[in-house]
Design a protein around this ligand. Structure first.
Ligand SMILES: Nc1ncnc2c1ncn2[C@@H]1O[C@H](COP(=O)(O)OP(=O)(O)OP(=O)(O)O)[C@@H](O)[C@H]1O
Ligand SMILES: [Mg+2]
Length: 242
């Protein structure tokens, strides 16, 4: 797929440099207080940290959904703040698959229609869009829920629709905010296997989780504390827990 050619091997898919983001609601909250992070192409990184430590804020900045007050974010070699709104939307649509902590599904669309949506950005999907959506929904265990709308699905099933939607364009970068948080262990493990496969095929993954066991699927764990990077913990190769 064309989007895979945009980042050379050995280059960074994401480079964030000293990003800061303060929310002003009453007392200012320094959600991110100078964080630098690089994601090499094909790397798999987990993000851990207490509630409120800035994990989702970081994901939103790296996913081009928000811009930092200061500092820079580069995605696939392009400085996000220098892009026009439409160029940013296009970058997001073609390079990034975002799995939100809160799903963000379109309530009136069926599972298949939700999964088909991101393909409007992608001209070179060879298989029919509907077929591709069905194939991915089947892959996440929802083959029998294809025409259900979100309010006809459980929380875990909605999460799986959101995961299928994020992966449908085979994005260079997968940003996943607690992707297994609403899933039982077996379903969660299947999703994690899907991530392992994507990573084996060269996709770059950044995943927020509060479970150590889940984080250990990655190559390294970034620990956030009070909006700052506390530690980057390198994990041993092939070191996923039993
Ligand atoms: N839109 C917003 N407006 C105001 N404050 C916000 C906003 N989003 C986040 N914050 C604040 O910024 C801080 C970091 O929030 P963030 O959502 O990044 O934390 P998190 O690490 O993802 O937490 P959790 O594990 O609970 O999801 C928190 O103190 C939060 O209250
Ligand atoms: Mg969060």
């Amino acid at each position: 797929m064309s989007s895979q050619q945009t980042v050379q091997d050995g280059a960074s898919v994401v480079a964030a440099e000293d990003v800061r983001r303060t929310y002003y609601m009453g007392e200012p909250v320094h959600a991110l207080d100078g964080v630098s992070l690089t994601l090499p192409k094909g790397s798999y990184t987990a993000v851990m940290g207490p509630s409120g430590s800035g994990k989702s804020t970081l994901m939103n900045l790296l996913g081009c959904l928000d811009t930092p007050d200061s500092g820079t974010v580069e995605i696939a070699g392009q400085s996000v703040s220098e892009l026009s709104g439409s160029a940013r939307a296009r970058l997001r649509g073609t390079e990034i698959g975002f799995i939100f902590q809160t799903f963000n599904l379109m309530p009136r669309l069926t599972a298949a229609e939700n999964v088909t949506l991101p393909m409007v950005f992608n001209d070179d999907i060879e298989m029919g869009r509907r077929e591709r959506a069905e194939q991915l929904l089947t892959r996440v265990g929802l083959g029998d829920r294809i025409d259900h709308t979100p309010n006809e699905l459980s929380g875990g099933q909605r999460q799986r629709v959101a995961i299928a939607r994020a992966l449908v364009n085979e994005p260079t970068l997968v940003l996943a905010d607690e992707p297994t948080g609403n899933l039982d262990t077996d379903t969660g493990d299947e999703i994690l296997e899907l991530f392992d496969e994507l990573n084996d095929r060269g996709r770059t993954i950044l995943m927020v989780t509060h479970e150590r066991r889940v984080a250990e699927r990655a190559d390294r764990i970034v620990h956030l504390l009070d909006g700052a990077l506390e530690e980057i913990e390198q994990l041993p190769p092939g070191g996923e827990s039993e």
